[in-house]
Design a protein around this ligand. Sequence first.
Ligand code: AMP
Length: 286
Amino acid sequence: MRVIKSWRTMQREALQWRREAVRIGFVPTMGYLHDGHMSLVRRARKLVGSAGKVVVSIYVNPTQFGPTEDLARYPRDLARDNKLCRAEGVDLVFLPNDQEMYPGKSEGRFSTFVVEENLSQGMEGAARPTHFRGVTTVVAKLFNIVQADVAVFGQKDFQQAAVVRQMVSDLNFPTRIVVAPTTREADGLALSSRNKYLSPAERQQAVALWQTIQLARKTVSRTSVPAVNLKRTLAQFLATFPLANPDYVEIFDPATLQPVRVARRGDHLALAVRFGKTRLIDNGRL
Ligand code: AMP
């Protein structure tokens, strides 16, 4: 397994693969890898085959963090990440630093950003105003560097996948986007690098997100319900977890991400909940 830190070297390698008609599968991550990430790697391998190349990028992208967010304390363990990638048969880890990705940013010499203006407005976009601008910018850069035929994203970040798909379509990227299901712990908690922040008591109550999705599913399984009523029921349920501070619970059309007035099967639910300083998100189809 190769590790490349320079974007120019990475791009040269990728362009060479393309000339040789080698298929490139790409999994962008912020590292501190877990089995959710590795499930995307396995999906990428299936998509490109044994003759293809699987590239994982590990980069904690500063432009997608707000000024009061957890950029500085975001967990990192490169040695472990490398081991996991090697064990999974990853061909190449792209590991740039901030100087590689945003040269001269603090002096204003990096000045081009990619902004999606519709799907990125609500939910995570409302709670984290500059988040998706950072995501679309770094993903566009990574796509230009890695030259992937196919990139795999997790449904765990449902809105992110939708925004990236829209960007790829609007800006004519040749990369196909595949979205893979969320990997969960036995009790339903979605795997996340941020779960590491949780105290044992918070970890126990973090199952609230999954149980809220399950409760919503059960509620609309036989009948449609006004969204305000369903949201009230879910808020009351979340209130039974004393350590959980809900940020939002939204019920929306999965194609447009627009909130629905009446919730029914096939709609989508997404929520963000804080436990102390830790903010977790999850989502699921109703
Ligand atoms: P991150 O490192 O958190 O930026 O995530 C990198 C990629 O892994 C994104 O496409 C995420 O949606 C995906 N991902 C994160 N957690 C999970 C999970 N539990 N199951 C599946 N994919 C995930």
